[in-house]
Design a protein around this ligand. Structure first.
Ligand code: C2O
Ligand code: CU
Ligand code: CU
Length: 457
């Protein structure tokens, strides 16, 4: 696929140029370009000094003046129209994680658009089919760009009232900073070859040991988003509060008690209902034994409500398992046989024997699978490594069916945390034409090979 600079400068009208060059798919490109004029958000990415370490400045990069970025909100079924303006010193894009949208809005450089250069803007506009907790981030130079703070929540509100009167968003992120607040390496090869390079300072909504005030006695919808490059949080709570799980990665489930620990890999989200205890009491939000922050009950004179009913299901197509075609995806570690050359990141991981090279703009021309539009598929995911990988697909949601390691209550998601040596099956209807990234969301795994393109035609 070829792009012209005009595409960026002209915003949407440039899409017609892409469409004309896209052969059989041109009707698809052209058919999706309208939508109400104007925009709901003017979102600027720009450098911003933040105080993560007391008395020290960290040179973050921010969306909309905060890191993590401005919380964007839109109603399910409506258009989200964002004029994105790049005031960073580097090229970038925005990818809308978990949103089922047309390819040209997907934010992947050289696959769905050209990078947005410093000083340029790009108009993102698409309809959001699914309610839930999503997020947005660049797909260019991701270790550094996400690492510096270019990650933000995108909340899609249900069409109808849900029964929740209160809610809070908790964006979890670790920062790669030292004691002076200066950035350290976002990715180092020996860590990229293992669990990924961890940041040392954990924050909620950009604040270390944040305290979030919530109304005593009320049931609060708490959205937790893992916007970190690397960390899988072993999420648990301490305190005197009943809690129930309402949604995983945006998609509603039959509400159930929260349980003990929830392993939330990079890119994953959970939606909880928490019945806040009496005023003055606290709930610790923890990663394993480590406290990340605190939910504090503050006096409220609202009348306590009851547990809301399950959230309405999203309109995701149900895969036809009896007629689905099976595809195997093997995730392998190949670190021992390759080394980095010059600026190029090392090649450490492969999917089905192929490593993605982030310096090669043509990788997406060689998809590892071609799916037929409208057909159902079962993906057999096989982790042949000693490390866990949050496996993420763009453009479509999939249903997790089973695993050889744990009991699965089938649910729809966009990111599945594949444990070490685990085998799992997920299924989908290939209902969105395009070339979709399929990758591990540990950013330095993705940048050292663990990414591929899956095409739907
Ligand atoms: Cu958050 Cu390519 O994804
Ligand atoms: Cu994504
Ligand atoms: Cu990985």
């Amino acid at each position: 696929m070829s792009f012209t600079r005009r595409q960026i400068l002209a915003g949407l009208s440039g899409l017609a140029i892409v469409g004309l060059g896209a052969g059989a798919t041109s009707r698809y490109w052209l058919g999706r370009r309208d939508g109400p004029a104007g925009h709901d958000y003017e979102l600027i990415a720009a450098p911003l000094d933040v105080e993560l370490v007391a008395g020290q400045q960290t040179p973050a990069w921010a969306f909309g003046g905060s890191a993590p970025g401005l919380e964007l909100r839109v109603r399910q079924g409506d258009w989200l129209r964002v004029r994105f303006i790049n005031h960073l010193p580097v090229p970038t894009t925005i990818h809308w994680h978990g949103i089922r949208l047309p390819l040209e809005m997907d934010g992947v450089p050289y696959v769905s658009q050209l990078p947005v250069l410093p000083g340029e803007f790009f108009d993102y506009r698409f309809r959001v089919p699914d309610a839930g907790s999503y997020w947005y981030h660049p797909h260019v130079n991701s270790s550094e760009e996400l690492g510096r703070g270019l990650v933000g929540p995108l909340i899609v509100e249900e069409r109808e009232p849900t029964g929740f009167a209160h809610e809070a968003t908790l964006s979890l992120k670790n920062w790669h900073v030292d004691e002076q607040g200066a950035f350290v390496a976002f990715s180092v090869p020996r860590e990229a070859a293992r669990n990924g390079t961890l940041g040392r300072l954990s924050t909620i909504n950009g604040v270390p040991q944040a305290t979030i005030d919530l109304p005593a006695g009320q049931i609060v919808r708490v959205r937790l988003l893992n916007l970190d490059n690397t960390a899988t949080y072993r999420l648990n709570f301490r305190g005197n509060a009943a809690m129930r799980l309402y949604a995983l990665d945006g998609n509603p489930i039959t509400p159930r008690p929260f349980g003990k620990d929830y392993w939330m890999g990079p890119g994953m989200r959970v939606c909880l209902a928490i019945k806040m205890p009496a005023a003055g009491e606290e709930i610790a939000v923890r990663d394993g034994p480590v406290r990340l922050g605190t939910l504090r009950s503050v006096a409220s004179n609202a009348t306590p409500g009851d547990w809301p009913p399950a959230l309405p299901a999203n309109p995701v197509a149900e895969p036809d398992l009896d007629n689905a075609e099976k595809l195997n995806f093997n995730f392998e570690w190949v670190g021992s046989v390759s080394e980095s050359v010059g600026d190029k990141p090392p090649s450490l991981w492969q999917i089905n024997g192929v490593a993605w090279d982030i310096t090669d703009k043509t990788c997406a021309d060689r998809p590892i699978a071609t799916l037929k539009q409208g057909k159902s598929y079962i993906f057999e995911l096989k982790n042949m490594t000693q490390y866990q990988h949050p496996i993420h697909l763009h453009g479509m949601s999939f249903k997790v069916l089973r695993s050889d390691r744990r009991k699965v209550i089938p649910y729809f998601t966009d990111t599945f945390l594949l444990g070490k040596n685990e085998r799992a099956q997920v299924a989908l209807v290939a209902d969105n034409p395009g070339v979709w990234m399929f990758h591990c969301h540990v950013i330095d795994h993705m940048e050292t090979g663990l990414m591929a393109a899956i095409e739907v035609v």
